[in-house]
Design a protein around this ligand. Sequence first.
Ligand code: MF3
Ligand code: CO
Length: 247
Amino acid sequence: MNNLNPSEIVLMKKAGQITRDALNYCETLIKPGVSTKELDILVEKFIIDSGASPACKGYEGYPATICSSVNEMVVHGIPSYDCVLKEGDIVSIDLVVNYKGYHGDATRTFPVGKISDEKAKLIEVTKQCFFEGIKYLKIGHRLGEVSHAIQQHAEKNGFSVVRELVGHGIGKNMHEPPNVPNYGKVTDGPIITENACLAIEPMINMGQKEVWLVEDGWGVVTRDGKCSAHYENTVHVTKDGVEIFTL
Ligand code: MF3
Ligand code: CO
């Protein structure tokens, strides 16, 4: 586990706040007729004006600040002027902020105008999966308990869990050990330790769990073309419970 010291935690908290504020700002911009590239430009400016930098931009060659994944896209949708949001869509906005060398990582799936009850349920259950999971994020427990709880909640609601993409430790780097799968057995994974910082991020499909990589080498879509939702926060394990930096 990546256990951070108190002065590092101060910076993680600030990175988390900027991440949260940038997502809340992005939410105000989402409406039918807006392209995901316009969102990207405005959110990038917001992050820079907040004294931070967009960590995804340039990461392994990723070309943008946000990942904007519409409907059947699970993650890593590259913003584009051609991708114009329309009434009834859902869009997952994933962004990572670097503040003085420390990272905040969070995702929300937003409705565009009025959406179907089915899509609203998918968004809600995906968020619930995160909160079900962190009930088990306790010092001395196994990380697999978190993963298992997420999977149970998704499947109980008739949805499926993506296997190819997982949560992660976070700190000086966007991605650090350990992996945090959204599926598995309670006996899986390492023992949770104090001051671990993790990005917990259920990615839940309405239909089947299988995904494809799209031609741009980044976007991941469901094979059955049904919708997917994503909910992520950066969290800190303490003696008193879980502190959520990005909420
Ligand atoms: N939030 C995503 C993650 O947890 C960000 C990755 S996009 C990338 O992995 F472009 F930076 F890779
Ligand atoms: Co992440």
